[in-house]
Design a protein around this ligand. Structure first.
Ligand SMILES: Nc1ncnc2c1ncn2[C@@H]1O[C@H](COP(=O)(O)OP(=O)(O)O)[C@@H](O)[C@H]1O
Ligand SMILES: [Mg+2]
Length: 620
């Protein structure tokens, strides 16, 4: 019975306005009655009664006519709703349990059926021609009878937004960021392409929430906060994988990555042993010919721990042995013999091997020795694509922005890190453009995201109060890496909610290298918001996820058979079959027809069609 209703609903928009004639006829007659009342000696009472009856008779016709007009009007509605911030704010959920996305309706069976039949009957018959400046078929939104506010639940779930450029991703982010800040969450906004709209959105959100916006922007170092991406870690391998991941932009050869990772693990372990905090600048300094110094510091620190005071005296023999191996004998009269860093390292290595390694060996020092003894030429060849990025991140203005242990009393910029931002529930905008080097910009994004993943990991393991953290990543594939997968996997449990936006699904697959990895990323996403997208893989990706609905199709058949032997005894048949098949509620190409700011969304298992308003600053 319901399907029949759906079909009738569909037929409505296309049929002629046949109610219009009846409605007008009844109303004209009613008016004539009223005019006749003005004539002398007219039977006023009778005429008034008749006029009323005619008006009453006109009512159902007028109503049916208006309803048809209303439906056609809805299907032609393409204006964008522009809301001043103060107006938009009224739609925010006061209980902070859901995020307002705009208006729309649930797209169920009726809507699916109606949309298909509109397509079959040619939507251009009832809608205006597509405007050149705002393409898209607005009838898709007119399919729903009533618009309601559409909300996204505020739970530990991730959201993916896919839409082509200029569809309105930044406009949607404006709405989402404003609400996240309004709820008092810590908010991280990653902007790899430097969209002024996104920064303004953060400023507006902070003004409303009464917070100060933190801006990290290597393009404007003077006004940027300083953010150390290596501040938070549970063990050395985390730091190592964060730094070695910088290698990934050029070659993703596993051998190079594994080698870089091992080198980093050894260096970071050495630094931790020597009581030094790993920062990018320090790691770079040690890698650039300072490995022996690090080894000396690490073994010295270790010996202080395992031996009692006075252990250094035992070292003298080893020092002399090293000096003895010099080609040119030192001048004995020069007083105490000075050893170069390499010689000191040689002496300490021999001391370690002969006095400690057998019973109190340290895997960290063993690793560092392996790194120091590794042929330097081979090492630099293997790290050849890592070092340029690392050099850029540790020179010029970036050195102080990313390595916050470089102290300078004249530097009054805010020093912070991911854990602190979360603790203080601040809002930070991380702009990465304007560096002139996309690889470096994206590397910064990746390493900061990795830092967040580490904070997330430790909060997942230890934190008692799980403050919600909202992370918005625009142009997500630019800074996607395996660290982000950790964030997506564990993020939910730690109260981290990610929103990723990009143009197509295949961008994500291409960035992650293979579809299995991409599937891992996507497998953690609960909500999908798809705007206008013309790439067929993205359209199909979305439609495959939608719950199927039974679609009815009317099949007409007609046949004529005439036997060759007796042409006059022919037979004909005609039939009509109503077939039901389980199909996706929309056809994939419909996604390519969406107007700007219109979307289809799969929120949990609920499928909705919606449109988002453009929120603009208040006039004052
Ligand atoms: N104040 C406004 N009035 C009308 N339309 C707007 C306004 N602001 C933005 N838009 C529309 O929203 C779109 C901007 O989308 P944007 O969010 O920058 O796209 P994306 O981030 O997806 O590339 C523009 O195409 C524009 O038509
Ligand atoms: Mg944008």
């Amino acid at each position: 019975m319901k399907n029949v209703t759906a079909r009738q609903k569909y037929i409505n928009p296309f049929r002629p306005h046949f109610e219009r004639s009846s409605a007008i006829a009844w109303m004209v007659v009613a008016c004539l009655m009223v005019l006749e009342m003005l004539l002398p000696n007219a039977p006023t009472l009778i005429l008034a009664g008749l006029a009323l009856i005619c008006m009453g008779a006109a009512v159902p016709w007028v109503r049916a006519w208006l309803s048809l007009l209303h439906m056609r009007d809805r299907m032609n509605h393409r204006e964008v709703s522009i809301l001043p911030f103060s107006e938009a704010r009224k739609h925010f959920d006061p209980n902070h349990s859901r995020t307002w996305l705009g208006w729309g309706f649930n797209w169920n069976l009726d809507e699916s059926q109606l949309a298909r039949e509109v397509v079959l009957a040619d939507p251009t018959k009832i809608t205006q021609a597509e405007a050149l400046d705002s393409p898209g078929q607005s009838w898709l939104h007119g399919v729903g009878a009533d618009e309601q506010p559409i909300y996204l639940p505020v739970v530990d779930e991730h959201t993916l937004i896919i839409a082509m450029t200029r569809w309105g991703k930044t406009v949607l982010y404006r709405l989402l960021i404003a609400q996240a800040a309004n709820r008092g969450e810590a908010v991280f906004v990653f902007d790899p392409k430097g969209d002024s709209g996104l920064r303004e959105a953060c400023e507006q959100a902070c003004r409303d929430a009464g917070k100060k916006l933190l801006v990290f922007h290597p393009g404007f170092p003077a006004t940027s906060v300083r953010l150390d991406p290596l501040k938070n870690f549970d063990d050395s391998s985390e730091v190592a994988s964060r730094v070695s991941a910088l290698l990934g932009r050029g070659s993703r050869d596993a051998t190079f990555t594994a080698f870089a990772f091992m080198q980093m693990v050894n260096v970071v372990n050495g630094m931790l042993l020597a009581g030094k905090r790993p920062t990018l600048v320090a790691i770079k300094r040690y890698l650039d010919g300072g490995l022996e110094i690090l080894l000396v510091e690490a073994i010295t620190a270790y010996c202080k721990r395992v031996f009692q005071d006075g252990w250094e005296q035992g070292l003298e023999t080893y020092r002399r042995r090293v000096i003895g191996r010099r080609k040119k004998r030192p001048d004995e009269s020069d007083g105490p013999m000075l050893l170069s860093a390499e010689e000191e390292a040689q002496a300490l290595m021999a001391f370690y091997r002969e006095n400690i390694a057998s019973n109190q060996s340290s895997p960290e020092i063993d690793g560092l020795i392996a790194t120091v003894e590794h042929p330097a030429e081979h090492r630099s060849k293997m790290l050849t694509s890592l070092m340029p990025v690392l050099t850029k991140l540790t020179s010029g203005a970036l050195a102080r922005l990313l390595s916050t242990d470089l102290t300078d009393p004249g530097d009054t910029r805010v020093v912070t890190d991911a854990a602190r931002i979360i603790e203080q529930q601040q809002v930070i905008y991380i702009g990465l453009n304007a560096l002139g080097n996309e690889d470096v910009a994206n590397a910064i994004g990746e390493i900061l995201l990795a830092d967040l993943a580490a904070v997330c990991g430790s909060r997942y393991n230890y934190a008692k109060d799980r403050k919600i953290v909202s992370i918005f990543v625009d142009e997500a594939p630019e800074i996607l890496n395996s660290e982000l997968i950790k964030l997506l996997n564990k993020g939910g449990g730690a109260g981290f909610r990610l929103t990723l936006a990009t143009q197509t699904v295949s961008d994500i697959v291409a960035r992650l290298g293979d579809s299995a990895m991409a599937e891992k990323v996507m497998g953690n996403i609960a909500n999908f918001i798809f705007g206008r997208v013309t790439a067929t893989e993205s359209q199909e990706y979305f439609c495959e996820r939608l719950p199927r609905v039974p679609i009815k199709t009317l099949v007409h058949s007609r046949s004529v058979t005439s036997p060759t032997l007796d042409p006059l005894s022919y037979s004909t048949s005609q039939g009509e079959t109503l077939q039901t098949t389980l199909e996706a509620p929309i056809e994939p190409p419909m996604l390519g027809c969406l107007p700007k700011l219109h979307f289809f969304a799969l929120i949990g298992s609920r499928f909705v069609k919606g449109r988002i308003p453009v929120v603009v600053p208040d006039a004052s």
